[in-house]
Design a protein around this ligand. Structure first.
Ligand code: PBG
Length: 336
């Protein structure tokens, strides 16, 4: 029966088939729409810094701010009120050193921020980005030895950071450093210290991308020498992304991520087809800034472009979308 119907569908053609029939009425178009964004798909990233009463716009990311803990709490409450289920937090430490000490300091910026937000807005899921690059003086994502990022020397520091974030009350830990073996080490550390229930969202297929430019300004995390190509993935590779994802799942990742999103829709699709776990896609800073810049020049319509791009990311197979547009999306979806 199905095969017969299929054959008919494939052989029937104009004037029997008229795809436009389903496009004419707006309500019918909505009924047959294959992909619909929901606010529950979104994770809203934010940058938190020391101080009080701060809300400083990041020049290359209009609408995104450096927030002190008090203003972060206000932002979190507003986001939760709008139906955004989760935030992803990045910290700007008061000091940087060779080994990124503030990342695993129980009184570090992220730890204080998590405690404050969880106390004020308990229903909001708090995901902590786990990486050393914002905290190291050299700006790399791990310990530098002989001019290189030393993978295995970095792992214990990542595990320590994860534990410190978990003790502060983080709901989900999100390692973004791209060291080999980090997911396993973090999983083990969490399990051994009573945090077996905390999920890991791994930045699994994270590319060495120029799209992170504005973020590095925002997080003050640009490497002082060299680049990240020795640990982040080559943008030319897609099969390798499946390998990275498989390794992270084997090590205990609960959610895997493809990052950036827009130039990597094929990777999102291949990951969706190959794995069953939830897939997150990070609509990164450069993707956000390009739209903002073009919209400011009157060259593109911000709302239409952003919704088109985010819908494409979901259509490609992302279950979760990390986006600086999250609060705008909440408003746009409300407005209908
Ligand atoms: C930290 C980290 C980066 C981003 C998220 N976590 C930057 C980088 O790897 O240099 C980028 C996010 C964005 O561009 O929005 N390792």
């Amino acid at each position: 029966m199905t095969a017969q119907v299929d054959r008919l569908a494939r052989t029937a053609t104009f004037p029997v088939r008229r795809p436009r029939r389903l496009r004419d009425l707006p309500s019918l178009r909505r009924m047959v729409r294959e992909t619909a964004l929901e606010i529950s798909d979104f994770i809203y990233p934010a940058f938190v810094c020391h101080g009080r009463g701060l809300r400083e716009e990041i020049p290359s990311m209009p609408g995104v701010y450096h927030l002190s803990i008090d203003t972060l709490v206000e932002e979190a409450a507003a986001a939760a009120e709008e139906g955004i289920p989760a935030m992803l937090l990045f910290g700007l430490p008061s000091h940087k050193d060779e080994v990124g000490s503030e990342a695993y300091d129980d009184e570090g910026i992220i730890q204080q921020a998590v405690r404050a937000v969880k106390a004020a807005v308990p229903s909001l899921i708090i995901i902590t980005d786990l990486c050393l690059c914002e905290y190291t003086s050299h700006g790399h994502c791990g310990v530098v030895r002989n001019g290189k990022v030393d993978n295995d020397a970095t792992l214990p520091l990542l595990a320590r950071t994860a534990l410190s974030q978990a003790r502060a009350g983080a709901d989900v830990i999100a390692p973004s450093d791209m060291m080999d073996g980090r997911v396993g080490v973090i999983r083990q550390a969490l399990d051994e210290h009573g945090f077996a229930e905390i999920p890991i969202m791994a930045y699994s297929a994270k590319y060495a991308s120029a799209f992170y430019g504005p973020f590095r300004e925002a997080a003050e995390s640009a490497p002082r020498f060299g680049d990240r190509r020795g640990y982040q993935m080559d943008p030319a590779n897609a099969r390798e992304a499946l390998d990275e994802i498989a390794l992270d799942i084997a090590e205990g990742a609960d959610i895997v991520m493809v990052k950036p999103a827009l130039a990597y829709l094929d990777v999102i699709r291949r990951a969706r087809d190959a794995f069953t776990c939830p897939i997150a896609a990070y609509n990164v800073s450069g993707e956000y800034s390009m739209i903002k810049a073009a919209a400011r020049n009157g060259w593109l319509d911000e709302r239409s472009i952003a919704l088109e791009v985010l819908t494409a990311i979901k259509r490609a197979g992302a279950d979760l979308i990390i986006s600086y547009f999250a609060r705008d999306v909440a408003r746009w979806l409300r407005e209908g």
